[in-house]
Ligand binder design. Structure first.
Ligand SMILES: NC(=O)c1ccc[n+]([C@@H]2O[C@H](COP(=O)([O-])OP(=O)(O)OC[C@H]3O[C@@H](n4cnc5c(N)ncnc54)[C@H](OP(=O)(O)O)[C@@H]3O)[C@@H](O)[C@H]2O)c1
Length: 166
């Protein structure tokens, strides 16, 4: 089973501010959907609060130590191993071969050493924020695919797929 991350980050690794995305990039949301649809997704409780709803056509697994989430389309996990076990079961029943870690900072850090692929949206911007993606070591990670540079709302960005070198 492949374990992958998907993230959009600024040039200084910012992924969020005040529990929101720092940008509005409609094509990035489509890119996120393309890579998560029909797969289990694992997220932290803050990210779930930020999205505010379960994402359709995906198994939404939310990590929380404290919350009793009663949302009927959410699967609550109290720890990492439970989250992974649930995701593997969901992936098998869907016939999916990839589990997606979708943030935020705490959850990316928790799984960073376990993933072998990262779908990164690199936003060409230096900004202040309060949530960050771990530093990517390009001696360990290599680009296997990338898009053209695109522009939206005066921001330049591109999609890059990274694979961990074995
Ligand atoms: N740019 C992007 O691609 C992207 C993607 C996703 C999120 N984000 C941003 O990231 C930010 C949120 O990140 P964050 O670090 O604040 O929060 P987060 O990682 O989304 O969630 C943190 C929460 O997860 C739970 N948790 C953490 N470790 C756990 C463990 N070992 N076992 C069980 N539960 C655990 C805790 O929930 P409880 O407090 O309920 O116990 C914790 O408060 C927001 O700004 C969001 O917009 C950006």
């Amino acid at each position: 089973m492949k374990l992958s991350m998907i993230v959009a980050m600024s040039a200084n690794n910012v992924i969020g501010v005040a529990n929101q995305l720092p940008w509005h990039l409609p094509k990035d949301l489509k890119h996120f959907k393309k890579h998560t649809i029909n797969k289990p997704i694992i997220m932290g409780r803050n990210t779930f609060d930020s999205i505010g709803r379960a994402l359709p056509e995906r198994d939404n697994i939310v990590l929380s130590r404290t919350q009793q989430l009663s949302h009927d389309q959410i699967f609550l996990a109290n720890n990492k191993s439970d989250a992974l076990r649930m995701a593997e079961d969901f992936a098998k029943s869907r016939g999916s071969e990839e589990i997606m870690i979708v943030g935020g900072e705490q959850i990316y850090r928790m799984f960073f050493d376990d993933v072998s692929r990262i779908y990164v949206t690199l936003v060409d911007l230096i900004i202040d924020g309060d949530a960050f993606f771990p530093v990517i070591d390009y001696k360990i990670w290599t680009s296997v695919d990338h898009s053209e540079r695109m522009t939206a709302n005066e921001l330049e960005y591109k999609f890059v797929t990274l694979e961990k070198l074995s």
